[in-house]
Design a protein around this ligand. Structure first.
Ligand code: DQA
Length: 145
């Protein structure tokens, strides 16, 4: 079982960026924790981060035939990107959406996700643990189907 992890814009700044909202954990640490969890679950991971919308679309398209699941934090593109949503619909790879912060507790423009309707489910508000819970949920889902 192979899972693609997709990190969207500004997540490379984790640790430095608004620690009150996103915590002190760096993306490198999150990726490390995901790697440990994947090893425990017995699945393999590919991880991409980009600040460019098109690169994220390319990575999702390239997952076809390579990965059985996608774990995505599309960051700000969550609230704007029809292109990323369409890429997920096109490849039809089961996807779990995650957010560090609870997007429903924040500004109203963060309450809408273009990704949510094409995802299996969403985990939001648990800081870096959202990713680990998301990986667990995705792995569970893929083993059931
Ligand atoms: C985020 C929430 C988004 O609204 C924001 O634009 C981000 C990060 C989160 O993980 O909490 O960049 O996806």
């Amino acid at each position: 079982l192979s899972i693609l992890v997709v990190h969207g814009p500004n997540l490379n700044m984790l640790g430095v960026r608004e620690p009150g909202t996103y915590g002190n954990v760096t993306l490198e640490t999150i990726n490390c924790l995901l790697g440990e969890k994947a090893e425990y679950l017995g699945c393999s991971l590919s991880i991409v981060q980009s600040n460019q919308e098109g690169d994220l679309v390319d990575a999702i398209q390239a997952a076809l035939g390579q990965h059985q699941g996608i774990l995505i934090n599309a960051a700000a593109y969550t609230h704007t990107s029809v292109a990323i949503r369409d890429a997920l619909s096109a490849v039809k790879i089961p996807t779990v959406e995650v957010h560090l912060s609870n997007i429903y507790q924040r500004e109203s423009f963060r309450h809408h996700s273009y990704i949510a309707p094409v995802a299996v489910g969403q985990i939001s508000g648990f800081g870096s643990n959202s990713y680990l819970l998301g990986l667990d949920a995705l792995h569970h889902y893929l083993n059931q189907t």
